[in-house]
Write a protein that binds this ligand. Structure first.
Ligand code: CA
Length: 229
């Protein structure tokens, strides 16, 4: 079944190319040529995913993403950013901006489509959730069916990806998870992605968790482990 995707890119040729490829996969695609139009369109059309270029004529894609992450209604909206600069990547997926994924320009439309499909697959709500409904680890409380996280009773707003990452670690508390294993399960694609993506997201997750951050331990040279208490 197709999803509703908003493509935000001011280069009309590129926007058309991306839209064409996504429509080919059965998605319903809307294009916005600048950041303010994008924000209005997200408010109005409630897309399932946003492909967002960093360089836009009015407000940058980075600012658009930041604003989405500040609001409860859009904090979990999946965002894939298009960036022309590899040195921008950490920032784009980092704490400050919080995109779910990125593709660096120039990219093949096929690559982008694969990323989109991976994100859509993992954001489909899983009806038959197995395991515990509520997990507590030290100061952290994870209400699994509600996708809600609290630290010392205070709710923390997490993106869909951050929630999956935390849940993945929490359900395997006490056991070290390698970056590759996390990439496969949380991101949903093979570890051809740079593993620093994992590190960047863990860093961001820890910053958000505040007092709960110490429940996620770095195991040098291996990966990460959630601590039970
Ligand atoms: Ca652009």
């Amino acid at each position: 079944m197709g999803s509703r995707i908003l493509v935000v890119e001011d280069e009309a040729d590129l926007a058309d190319l991306v839209a064409f490829n996504l429509r080919g996969e059965g998605h319903e695609v809307t294009v916005a040529l600048d950041g303010n139009t994008a924000l209005a369109e997200i408010q109005r059309g409630r897309p399932d995913l946003v492909v967002l270029d960093v360089m836009l004529p009015d407000i940058s894609g980075i600012e658009v993403c930041r604003r989405l992450r500040r609001k409860r209604e859009t904090v979990r909206l999946p965002v894939i950013m298009l960036t022309a600069r590899t040195d921008e990547v950490d920032r784009v997926v980092g704490f400050e901006v919080g995109a779910d994924d990125y593709v660096t320009k120039p990219f093949s439309p096929r690559e982008l489509v694969l990323r989109v499909e991976a994100i859509l697959r993992r954001t489909v709500p899983n009806a038959d959730v197995e395991g515990p409904q509520v997990i507590t680890l030290g100061a952290l409380l994870i209400d699994v069916p509600a996708h809600r996280v609290e630290v010392l009773g205070e709710e923390v707003l997490l993106t869909a990806l951050e929630f999956r990452l935390l849940l993945d670690l929490a359900t395997r508390a006490g056991r070290v998870q390698s970056r590759d294993a996390l990439l496969g399960r949380v991101w949903g694609y093979a570890p051809n992605v740079e593993t620093r993506t994992v590190d960047t997201h863990v860093k961001r997750l820890r910053e958000k968790l505040g007092d709960g951050a110490k429940q996620i331990e770095t195991v040098r040279g291996v990966g990460y482990r959630a601590l039970k208490s």
